[in-house]
Design a protein around this ligand. Structure first.
Ligand SMILES: [Mn+2]
Length: 358
């Protein structure tokens, strides 16, 4: 059964729909991949795409450069996700989900072997670099899992069972439980249809947003006590030593930026997490959040990262404190420029109002 409305048609234009349909139908060997450090939307859209493809008779390979957290093992198909060691050279089609640039696929995508293969990019990041041979980039969607609701409609895959659980996961995690500024009627309608198809909001929330480790809480306690607030930018650093002392897991720093932005005194938040990359180099993972009206995606893009106006990030080489000081200066500058622009717009609106009431 296909159910669509005008809003959905705008989010998946007819020409894009037929291009994707023919790319999928003409391919036998399909590789699906999402981004490094996979979150709920990455894992949900990867597994969801798997179920959509199986519905149309394909047997795709689903791959992630980093092992998905066990938190997500309730999504049917979780155990079918493979790592780079099981990715071959030859495919007819590669489908990349929720990644704004090619490097976000990590070592799953090997340009030497894969660059001649058609690459379908499905993403909702406004900073997407359109690195595919076919790019469906829809920043109006709150999650790639929302986009896949429309693709499932287009391909006749019913929004129920395994597919519904996978797709509702990305919708819930990327909107922080339907609380972000991009949670609109279309998001809720998609969620409603997935819920009607048997997926449970409360079960997914219990396994994702409402689930923390004790080590993570101890890490947050130490990190938050040293958070700084400068010029309405709140920020915190997480060193490897702190993570070791708290016996923290890799994912324990996630969510810190989202928590910091709840400070009434801040418009922008940042966390800087020190890590060792695959080459053994020390890198700093930077994560930014912004209150409505502010935009952190441009600063992230300027440092080679990406994201959305309210949530973005980048990874930089260098010493933790030096990177943090540099980036905080850039964020404070951006905040000041954006606040100035907002003030001018408010003045202009007031003047027009006075003239109209004249
Ligand atoms: Mn996403």
């Amino acid at each position: 059964m296909t159910q669509s409305n005008t809003a959905d048609a705008l989010l998946l234009p007819t020409e894009m729909e037929s291009a994707i349909r023919s790319a999928i139908h003409t391919a036998e060997r399909i590789l699906c991949v999402s981004h490094v450090s996979p979150d709920g939307d990455a894992i949900g859209s990867l597994l969801g795409m798997g179920w959509i493809l199986r519905h149309v008779g394909k047997q795709p390979t689903l791959a992630l450069a980093d092992k998905p957290a066990r938190d997500f093992d309730y999504i049917p198909g979780y155990d079918s996700i493979v790592g780079a060691d099981q990715v071959k050279d030859a495919y007819d089609l590669i489908i990349c989900l929720d990644a704004s640039s090619q490097d976000r696929m990590g070592d799953i995508y090997r340009p030497a072997a894969h660059s001649q293969i058609p690459l379908l990019v499905i993403d909702h990041h406004i900073t997407n670099t359109n690195f595919g041979s076919l790019n469906w980039v829809q920043p109006k969607c709150a999650a790639v899992c929302q986009m896949l609701v429309y693709l499932a409609d287009a391909l006749g895959a019913p929004l129920e069972g395994n597919l519904a659980i996978a797709l509702l996961t990305g919708l819930i995690t990327d909107t922080l439980g339907f609380r972000t500024s991009n949670t609109d009627a279309a998001v809720l309608q998609a969620a409603m249809r997935l819920t009607a198809g048997g997926a449970s909001i409360h079960q997914i929330v219990a396994r994702t947003l409402n689930s923390r480790t004790f080590s993570g809480m101890r890490l947050w306690g130490g990190v938050l006590s040293e958070a700084k607030l400068e010029g309405r930018v709140i920020w915190a650093t997480v060193s490897q030593a702190q993570r070791k002392a708290a016996r923290a897991q890799d994912s324990d720093g996630e969510g810190l930026s989202g928590f910091l932005i709840s400070a009434q005194e801040a418009d922008i938040s940042a966390t800087f997490i020190e890590r060792t990359d695959r080459a053994g180099e020390t890198v700093v993972e930077c994560s930014f959040r912004a209150k409505p009206g502010f935009d952190v995606s441009e600063v992230a893009l300027g440092y080679g990262g990406g994201g959305h106006p309210p949530a973005a990030g980048c990874t930089l080489a260098g010493d933790l404190q030096t990177v943090a000081a540099d980036v905080v200066a850039a964020l404070r500058q951006a905040r000041q420029t954006q606040a100035g622009k907002q003030q001018r717009e408010r003045q202009l609106a007031r003047r027009e109002e006075l003239l109209a009431n004249g």
